[in-house]
Design a protein around this ligand. Structure first.
Ligand code: CP
Length: 333
């Protein structure tokens, strides 16, 4: 049985097959590929796109989705193995995984970091425990990576650019008033380099580098395609000649859990917002963002409303790629 926890566990060819079938599903939405199947969707955090696209996608494939929000409409869950459960949690992920496996054919989970201790959060314990004790495939709907977003992103880029190999891809940090998850940035780095793009990570300074694991993966995948992962703190040279600009904000890992100390530093970098002047330096680049996105903080109205912005197309593709991926997990594993 195979899970969809991170694209690290899937080859470029496997992922391409999912995207190719997603393109077919985009043309023919209703196919009974999950007939009589059920999918549990566990949300520890809010969502608009992920929840809608998964619920709708399961329905369009003839299955049934059940949404659970632990701590809200379902019991709070403990996931540390061996813990003494004398706090808020009423049940353990070991029972949750086995019970939901008995009812459902797939379990999907969204569980962001707790934002207190990166050494702890980077282990992604909740989803790993769920996968360990589940007897059905587990899907990552965003933890410390966001693999569903990766598929939708690559699909949208291929729809616009065709072959992605060698295209200059800029992942740019952008300002946000709060420290955000590094998941989409980790994912962007992994998937762009895995698909052979020439990746530049643009961020204000060394403190905004991503976790070494993802930096290393970005370099490893880049090397496999004869590329070099570039880190830049220079806006002008990073945007120069770019074919793709992907924007995301994230909190600086050295300050993880001490956000009041990071904020004065972060507030100096509001000028990383994607604007028309920066985009004018590119090779008529596509712009995208995973959404949700604060307009005129992360990117200007002019960029978001331009014909080069494919964020809505990427969001739509979430529906198609997730249906294709669930079909792979259920029918081809
Ligand atoms: N991009 C994304 O996952 O959106 P939601 O947080 O709304 O699900």
């Amino acid at each position: 049985m195979k899970h969809f926890l991170t694209t690290e566990h899937w080859s470029q060819n496997d992922l391409q097959q999912m995207i190719d079938f997603a393109k077919e599903l985009k043309e023919e939405k209703f196919q009974p590929l999950l007939k009589n199947k059920s999918v549990a969707l566990l949300f520890f955090n809010p969502s608009l796109r992920t929840r809608t696209s998964f619920e709708l996608g399961v329905h369009q494939l003839g299955g049934q989705a059940i949404v659970l929000q632990p701590g809200k409409d379902a019991w709070p869950i403990e996931f540390e193995l061996g813990s003494i459960m004398d706090g808020e949690a009423e049940e353990h992920i070991q029972e949750v995984a086995q019970v939901l496996s008995a009812y459902c054919d797939i379990i999907a989970v969204r569980a962001f970091p707790k934002f207190q201790n990166w050494q702890d959060d980077r282990q992604d314990k909740l989803i790993k425990s769920l996968a360990q004790f589940s007897t059905v495939p587990v899907i990552n709907m965003e933890t410390i990576t966001h693999p569903c977003q990766e598929l939708a992103h690559i699909m949208a880029l291929q729809e616009n650019l065709g072959d992605l190999k060698g295209k200059k891809y800029v992942l740019t940090w952008t300002y946000h008033p709060k420290p955000l998850n590094t998941a989409v940035a980790n994912s962007s780095l992994m998937i762009a380099s895995k698909f052979g793009m020439d990746v530049t990570l643009l961020c204000p300074n060394e403190d905004y580098l991503l976790d070494q694991h993802y930096m290393d993966l970005g370099q490893t995948y880049s090397s496999q395609h004869g590329n070099q992962l570039t880190v830049s703190h220079d806006i002008d040279s990073a945007y120069e000649g770019a074919d793709v600009v992907y924007a995301k904000s994230w909190g600086a890992l050295p300050y993880f859990g001490q956000w009041e100390k990071e904020k004065p530093m972060r507030d100096q970098y509001k000028h990383f917002m994607v604007d028309e002047a920066k985009m004018a330096k590119t090779n008529n680049a596509l712009f995208s963002h995973c959404l949700p996105m604060r307009r005129n903080v992360k990117a200007t109205d002019g960029v978001v409303d331009s014909k080069n912005c494919i964020a809505i197309q990427e969001a739509e593709n979430r529906l198609h790629v997730q249906k294709s991926m669930m079909n792979t997990l259920i029918n081809h594993s």
